[in-house]
Design a protein around this ligand. Structure first.
Ligand SMILES: Nc1ncnc2c1ncn2[C@@H]1O[C@H](COP(=O)(O)OP(=O)(O)OP(=O)(O)O)[C@@H](O)[C@H]1O
Ligand SMILES: [Mg+2]
Length: 227
């Protein structure tokens, strides 16, 4: 059991009210962690701190023992590009590009040649069961299809951690389930850890562990079960 990503006593305030108030969490390699909790409790802020997008006011984030919170910006963005994948509530696909080009984009940014990048992108579209939209632009596909394309894009670089913030929040329950199943299944196949913020009640069947964020702190719901 290898500790991959650790947050240790994170504090973060926006103005007078704290968003994080001593939040700690540890994520193992390949582990799928569901993060739940009421609106405004600090879930997104925690995810952004873990991903090196937001710098906490105090506390530490460590990835493979390296202190993310102390890294210069350039190193942090390289870490995000190479080791992390992201899926948000609305896929944030580039509207001018086709779905295939969207999935290939992270590889192109790492200077992979177009043919090779698009070939790998197509394999991911297959895994996410959306090859039929490869040539379409995001504006021409359904919400569920768009999210599956976004998941493919998040996984195409073989990241070690996927950060997903309510990836099914804008979908009906049937499409939500499908995205959730394909996301977690694909992550498991590529041994990626997942930090999954969700309100889905049935998330337990997809995750290894559930935590709840309340008032800026993390409580492990399944700690006892894990020993
Ligand atoms: N950029 C920001 N500027 C000001 N306040 C913020 C900002 N981001 C978050 N907050 C505040 O920090 C607290 C935690 O917000 P956060 O977005 O982390 O909650 P959340 O648990 O993700 O909520 P939700 O379930 O609604 O997405 C809230 O009180 C929120 O208003
Ligand atoms: Mg949020």
């Amino acid at each position: 059991m290898a500790e991959l990503l650790v947050a240790d006593g994170l504090n973060k305030a926006f103005g007078p009210t704290p968003a994080l108030d001593g939040a700690s969490i540890s994520i193992d390699a390949g582990e799928i962690v569901a993060v739940m909790g009421p609106s405004g409790s600090g879930k997104s802020t925690l995810l952004h701190c873990l991903a090196g997008i937001v710098r906490p006011d105090s506390g530490q984030v460590r990835y493979e023992g390296r202190e993310v919170t102390a890294m210069p910006d350039r190193e942090r963005s390289a870490l995000r590009r190479r080791q992390f994948g992201f899926v948000f509530q609305f896929g944030q696909l580039v509207p001018e590009l086709t779905c295939l080009e969207n999935v290939a984009l992270p590889l192109r940014m790492e200077r992979v040649r177009r043919r090779a990048a698009e070939q790998r992108a197509m394999e991911w579209l297959e895994r996410l069961e959306v090859t039929d939209v490869a040539g379409k632009r995001p504006g021409e596909v359904s919400g569920g299809q768009g999210q599956r394309v976004a998941v493919a894009r998040a996984l195409v670089t073989n990241p070690r951690v996927i950060f997903a913030d309510e990836p099914t929040g804008a979908l009906d329950s049937l499409n939500g389930e499908r995205v959730m199943r394909l996301l977690t299944q694909s992550a498991r196949e590529s041994h990626a850890a997942v930090v999954l913020v969700t309100h889905e009640a049935r998330v337990a069947s997809y995750s290894d562990r559930e935590v709840v964020v309340r008032d800026g702190r993390v409580r492990d719901l399944t700690g006892a079960r894990r020993g």
